[in-house]
Design a protein around this ligand. Sequence first.
Ligand SMILES: C[S@@+](CC[C@H](N)C(=O)[O-])C[C@H]1O[C@@H](n2cnc3c(N)ncnc32)[C@H](O)[C@@H]1O
Length: 428
Amino acid sequence: MRLPGRIAAAIDVLADVENRKRPVSEALKAWGLNNRFAGAGDRAAIGNLVYDALRRRASTAFIMGSHSPRALVLGAVLRAWGETPETLNAAFAGDTHVPEALTPEEISAAGAEIEAAPKIVQADMPEWLAPSLERAFGADLVAEGEAMAARPSLDLRVNALKSTPERVQKSLARFSPEPTAYALLGLTMPAGPRDARTPNVTTDEGYQKGWFEVQDQGSQIVAALAGAQPGEQVLDLCAGAGGKTLALASAMGNKGQIFAYDSDRNRLAPIYERLKRNGVRNAQVRAPEPGALDDLAGKMDRVVVDAPCTGTGTWRRRPDTKWKLTPELLEQRQADQAAILEEAVRYLRPGGTLVYITCSILPEENDDRVQALLAAHPELSSLDIASAWRKALVTDMPTSLATPAGGVLLTPHRTGTDGFYCHLMRKS
Ligand SMILES: C[S@@+](CC[C@H](N)C(=O)[O-])C[C@H]1O[C@@H](n2cnc3c(N)ncnc32)[C@H](O)[C@@H]1O
């Protein structure tokens, strides 16, 4: 397929996403099944177009004067793929099964200046979240939003239990991975332009052997800040598929004990195979049964709460969720977080450390939750996050990352990572 056919397909997929409220991945899969002639390159390019359109949905709709799938996809191609109305119309004229030529109105709209739009629209973020995002980012709102509307890199965490960064770099030399800026065992591959495909690293022999995992650098940084030491007793209370569990085990050199728990059996399911592939021998998975963690009460050196959240820090990767988030869901997540934090405190031994992590950029899920917890628990106090950073990452923490209540907030603009929050507390 040439570009015009791919654009037409992307418009269809985006219409499917919006009309049927489907996740993008599902709509792309359905399109592929109905269009079996399309190759893997076509499907990747169509995916890129749909995701790019959703990443900059608000600002493109402002410029094009429409939220229609056609306006959003054409806008993405004009703004991010280096095409012009003239090149597009020339391509559309010489092809079949293509979008209609750009109208004079569309051509003049495409030249509009985004500076006339409200800041929250320039930032490509939901308008109802403006007060909260302005609180988080102040004068940097637009720069933060722009970085969040760009394509993400593909990051890997080298598994110190089985390999070294040099060995993984060699194994993946065809993709030219480079060391990450902060995470000591991270490698990164930047996103390519236009129809570039994400490197398929999971078919590599090194991945099959457990030498590395796919993990955003932000996730690696907060896992390192958790500070788990060899020999400790650690509870990973929201372990999910085990992304953090694997990083903790690697940091602990397989010494001590990690208890990996999640209230959702389905989310926990992949952890067994991942632990095995990574050569982790010090993790015990606790399935969600009544009283599953009772024996751990008051005994843990460290409790890691990688809390369920709105995922606003991952908007680069899942831009459809940016526009689906509702005030009700945000409120629900805050209640979930408060309940889990309350639960977490009971497993800490005196002197133990509570690690609170979210992949959210919203203060309501971050500093506010911690402050509410500290107010209710005088036995808890914040630990200095800059010292934890120095110890875990062997550099000084950039001061711009500190939050008002003493946590750290990573973002695409600040650290080139997904958005992550981390706060450490000690129980006296
Ligand atoms: C952000 S995800 C965890 C991701 C995981 N730690 C990783 O690094 O791959 C949050 C997890 O919290 C779990 N969860 C939600 N409510 C919970 C509860 N009350 N107790 C334990 N886990 C819970 C969800 O099932 C979900 O898997």
